[in-house]
Design a protein around this ligand. Structure first.
Ligand code: SF4
Length: 251
């Protein structure tokens, strides 16, 4: 078992924490902790589309994309969410979401948990009866996330350039409804992900382990062949929204 990461603070109430390598992660000023009340969030976009990934792929979903991310994955396709956005009260966000009368709501980013108000937003969405999921990088503490939320948590592979940010203590907070995602850039990433499956006994722990080929970097077919050869109990997924709409924003 890998050494557990050490948190300087048990909650995301500080701008600094440490990871497994004892290197500090500091939230960028554009993401959070700017003194906004937790009833306010910085939002890049709210839109209605089909879920492109995860166990609910293909289902109509409202996406709430929060602004800001402390990571810089080399394959990131939402760099437009790193900065800018509009400051909104949580009540305003809920009103926007309700316009679509959705069953499913996904809170995404950026890294949504980089903003303190995200925890409140998630709980309020659950209170309203939506099926809520959270897409998170795996680099920020998830322990305060409402238990009704399905967490879809990345473990960043070496190919992302951000694997040193993985906060492995988060795995303890994943339950039977949650999902873990690996974005695989090459064979080295695939072997690394296999190792993590064993190391953390991930397949029995969560509802789904997702293997996604990094867009334009690894052929989905090649990844599929590797998974079948090794008889892995994971779901190989291709981003449906990119098949349908390419890189079009808000889709
Ligand atoms: S964590 Fe997500 S939003 Fe942040 S840089 Fe990586 S891919 Fe982009």
């Amino acid at each position: 078992m890998a050494a557990r990461p050490r948190l300087d603070s048990p909650r995301l109430s500080s701008a600094r924490w440490t990871n497994n390598n004892n290197s500090s992660i500091i939230l960028r000023p554009s993401t959070a902790l700017l003194g906004f009340p937790v009833s306010q969030l910085r939002i890049t976009e709210i839109f209605h589309s089909l879920q492109g990934e995860t166990a609910t792929m293909g289902l109509p979903t409202v996406f709430v994309r929060l602004t800001g991310c402390p990571l810089r994955c080399q394959y990131c396709d939402t760099a437009y969410a790193f900065s800018g956005g509009t400051q909104m009260a949580i009540d305003e966000i809920l009103t926007d979401v309700a316009r679509y009368s959705p069953r499913y709501v996904t809170v995404t980013g950026g890294e949504p948990l980089a903003q303190l108000g995200c925890i409140t937003l998630l709980a309020r969405l659950c209170d309203l009866g939506y099926s809520v999921s959270l897409e998170t990088s795996g680099a920020v503490d998830v322990s305060d996330v409402d238990a009704r939320v399905v967490k879809v948590m990345d473990l960043k592979t070496p190919g992302s350039g951000e694997s040193h940010r993985n906060l492995y203590a988060n795995i303890e907070h994943l339950g039977a409804e949650d999902q873990v995602k690996f974005v695989i850039c090459d064979r080295g990433d695939y072997e690394w992900a296999r190792m993590k499956l064993d190391e953390y006994d991930l397949c029995p722990r969560v509802a789904e382990v997702l293997f996604s080929p990094s867009y334009d970097q690894l052929e989905a077919r090649e990844l599929a062949e590797w998974v079948l050869e090794d008889r892995l109990r994971v779901r190989v997924q291709i981003q449906l929204h990119k098949l349908l709409w390419g890189d079009e924003r808000g889709r």
